[in-house]
Ligand binder design. Structure first.
Ligand SMILES: [Zn+2]
Length: 111
């Protein structure tokens, strides 16, 4: 079966919607980070009603000083939202507030 690409929206934390900004195929999506404007991100859908720290997509793009120390690190995070069920086909991508790491996976962001 061909992997037909679809254009999907990216909704920012500010509420602004960037129409047809991301590319999706199946339950995957790819888009360019709106923070550092550098990293091409890729992610896949997970739970339909909430993002967990395990399923968020973190940018982490780093800029370095001349002495190789980290000058700046992008902290944007995103979530790939499924259409109608857990792990379903990609509906859209949303920017989320980064969820702190938690090995028990109990910290969640409801959107
Ligand atoms: Zn970034």
């Amino acid at each position: 079966m061909p992997q037909d690409l679809r254009q999907v929206n990216l909704k920012l934390l500010s509420g602004e919607i960037l129409y047809d900004y991301a590319i999706a195929v199946g339950n995957n999506a790819a888009w360019k980070c709106v923070g550092c404007k550098k990293t091409l991100l890729i992610g896949r859908t997970a739970l339909i009603h909430e993002a967990t720290w395990r399923s968020q997509v973190n940018c982490n793009n780093k800029k370095y000083n001349e002495d190789k120390r980290i000058k700046e690190e992008c902290t944007k995070s995103y979530y790939v939202v499924p259409t109608d069920k857990n792990q379903g086909r990609t509906d859209r991508v949303i920017e989320i507030k980064r969820i702190p790491d938690d090995s028990k996976g109990v910290r969640r962001e409801v959107y």
